[in-house]
Structure formats: C-alpha cells, structure tokens
Design a protein around this ligand. Structure first.
Ligand SMILES: [Zn+2]
Length: 416
C-alpha cells in the first residue's frame, strides 16, 4: 500500500481516537457529578431536570460515538475501494475533452452518494434520541422533504460554483487559486446576504415580530444600543424541534436578528431583551467582520492547499486519481481536510468563546446588570437540558460557547 494513502488513513484514525477519548472523558465527568450535583447546579435546575440532562448528555454522547465510528469506517472503505476514481472516469466521459463541468458534477455526485450511509443515523437522532427527550417536533414527511431540499440546494449552488472554480484552473493555470479565492469570497459574502432571504425560507417561515408591547420594547432596546433594527424576525423553529435559539445573520445594511418562536414562548420580556442585547453585542463589538476575515484566511489557505496537492506527483495517484486532476483534489481535500482541521478547533472555538463573553458583557451593560441575562441563560439550560458539567477538555475542544456556569460566573464577576 502506498505510504501517502496509509498516512491519510492514519490521520483519519488519529482523529477518531481523539474523539472517542474526549467522549469517554466527558461521560466519566458527567457521571462523576451525577451522584451529587455541584452546588451551582441547584440554582439552575431542580434535581429531576438535572438527572434528565445527565441522561440526555450520555445518550447523545453514546450515539455520537457510534456515528463517528461508522462514518470513519465508511470513509476508509470508500477510499480503499477505488469507487471514487471509477465515478470520476465515468462522469468525465460525458463531457468533451478538457471540459470543466464533469469534474464539478463528479464532486457533487460523490458528495451526495457519501451522505447516504449516514442517513439512518440522522433519522435515529431525530426520531429516537431527540424524540425520547421530548425535543422532536418533526415528522417523517418533513424530514424527507428537508433532505431532498438540501441535496437540490447543494447541486444548484455547488455546481455553478465548482464549475467556475475548475474553469479558472483551465484558463489561468498555476495561479488559479488566487482568483478562485476572489470568486469564493464574493460568493460567501453574497450568501450571507441571500441566506436569510432565499435559503432559510425554503426550510422555515420567517415573520416579523408582531406589533405590541414586546416588539416596542425590543425595538427600543435596539435603538438604545445603536443597532437601529428595521425589524426583528421570528422563525418557526418549533416546526422541527423544541430546542430554542436566537441568531444574527448578514452584515452592514443587510444585518438581521432572528428569534426562534420556541424562545419567545420560554423567556420573559426582560430575558428576551437580554438575548437581543447579546446578539446586538456581537454586531457592536465587530465580531462579524472578524469571523468573515478568519474564514477568508481559511479559504485562501484551503485553495492554495488544493492547488498544491493537485499539482503534486504523490497526492492524487495515492487514491487512484490522475495527477493534476484538480476536481479530484477538491473532493479528497473535502473528505480528508477534517482530519487535519480538527486539531485547530480548540483555537477557533476559543476565539468564538471570547466573543460570547464579550456579547454577554455587552448585554449586561445594556440592561444595567446581569440579572436578565443570567435568567435567560438558566432558562435556556433547563429547556434544552444543557450539560452543566462537561469535562474541561471536551468543552475546550468542541464548545463554541463557554459553559453555562462559566458564563454565569463571568456575568456576575464584573457586575455591580
Ligand atoms: Zn452569542
């Protein structure tokens, strides 16, 4: 067996080993606390809710471990089988010699085919795991429709983009990745603007928060904090899940704040103000341009890597592809990239957690104290059965938000 292939498999297995180990650490930590909850927990959850959150965390953990092992086995089997180069050769024959579109199509077909084995896991996560803990609101019909829409969207958006990128390779040669970056980055900015307008509505209904006390109150808060919202939107998240959330999308003139209907049902007006102030905090502290800049750097590095790998004599052939086939290098980078970037996730999550602390502090200052924000976080933890005692290494690796107790401590620390 080729050493490049063996090294790739070793990287994939190394990531799996790290994930299984982190999951085991987290299970042990949660069980250790389950017998006697830390004092701070009592203020957040009653004993019954806490025990339910422990059971939910452990069930999700075990499910995740099974899924991870399965996904890894499928990936290695597919890479070893030679199926992918076979697919590429067949699809390439459909186009004229030198055409860029068959490569784009082959990448998308491979991606769709590779997503099929994981579908039963998706199904069980929704209709067994989430249902068991009372979160599932979706129906089999809706679930199937979502999958079809997702696949159609991947084709409709992915095909022209990949076709354009691969055309740049043909036209520009070695420097294609620089121009490819300009194309990809423009596409990303466009998607930030279009996503809430064109894509989100395919899956969910967005409606402006109706006139009334709550709206007046939230608009006044937005005004006061320098956000000047034109509208606050409500999304029917309850269509699929009882989990609640709020998020911020777009940038500049196109910024919008979306609250889940589940959140509106769960929080008091004061707590909703705190959540809105937190989201506005992300905007006012400049987190959005920072994250866009970070993703630009990542894109540039990834495209350079694809160009370098496609041009190398050792990468593509190790997996049965032709040297210089950029489409194949794109697919392989997509399949194997996670095994490398996984090790960077503690860093990116750390930056994200820093932003969350800043947004929390912004909300606290905007509301004149930590009470409403702490109240909102506590209620969200109860309703979502959040794990209150993750292992520090687990949360360090995976959590984009600080843990509930960390956020509460930070909110109270600088207050008063
Ligand atoms: Zn946030």
């Amino acid at each position: 067996m080729d050493w490049v292939f063996s090294a790739a498999v070793a990287l994939v297995l190394l990531k799996l080993a790290a994930e299984l180990w982190l999951a085991a650490l987290n299970r042990a930590e949660v069980r250790r606390h389950a017998a006697r909850a830390p004092e701070a927990v009592a203020a957040i959850m009653d004993e019954a809710t806490y025990q339910k959150s422990v059971a939910y965390t452990l069930a999700k953990n075990r499910f995740g471990v099974g899924e991870e092992i399965f996904d890894t086995a499928v990936l290695i089997a597919v890479l070893a089988s030679g199926m992918l180069p076979g697919l590429f050769t067949r699809v390439a024959a459909w186009g004229a010699n030198g055409a860029a579109w068959p490569g784009a199509l082959a990448i998308l077909l491979a991606g769709l085919a590779l997503s099929v084995p994981g579908l039963p896991f998706d199904w069980c996560a929704q209709f067994r795991l989430e249902a068991k803990f009372g979160f599932n609101q979706s129906t089999p019909g809706l679930w199937v429709a979502d999958k079809f829409k997702g696949a159609a969207l991947a084709l409709v958006l992915g095909f022209p983009l990949l076709w354009a990128l691969l055309s740049l390779v043909k036209w520009l040669g070695a420097t294609w990745w620089l121009w490819g970056f300009a194309l990809l980055f423009t596409f990303q900015l466009l998607m930030l603007v279009l996503y809430p307008k064109l894509i989100l509505p395919l899956f969910n209904k967005l409606s402006p928060l109706p006139e009334g006390d709550l709206r007046a109150r939230l608009m006044a808060l937005a005004e006061r904090t320098g956000f000047a919202a034109r509208t606050i939107e409500v999304m029917d998240g309850s269509k699929r899940s009882g989990h609640s959330n709020a998020f911020f999308t777009g940038f500049g003139r196109f910024r919008r704040i979306v609250l889940y209907d589940t959140l509106l049902a769960q929080l008091t007006p004061e707590e909703l103000e705190a959540v809105l102030a937190h989201e506005i905090g992300h905007y006012r502290r400049g987190h959005i341009p920072k994250m866009i800049a970070l993703s630009a750097v990542t894109q540039l590095a990834s495209l350079w890597a694809v160009a370098a790998l496609a041009g190398s004599a050792w990468f593509n052939p190790a997996f049965g592809f032709r040297e210089g086939d950029t489409a194949a290098a794109f697919l392989l980078a997509g399949l194997l990239g996670g095994a490398a970037t996984f090790w960077l996730s503690p860093l990116t999550n750390r930056l994200s957690r820093k932003h969350e602390y800043e947004a929390d502090a912004f909300a606290r200052d905007a509301l004149g104290g930590p009470v409403a924000m702490v109240g909102a976080l506590r209620k969200l933890a109860q309703k979502n059965l959040t794990n209150l005692t993750p292992h520090p290494w687990f949360s360090g690796f995976y959590y984009s938000h600080p843990t509930m107790l960390e956020r509460e401590a930070a909110l109270n620390a600088k207050a008063g």
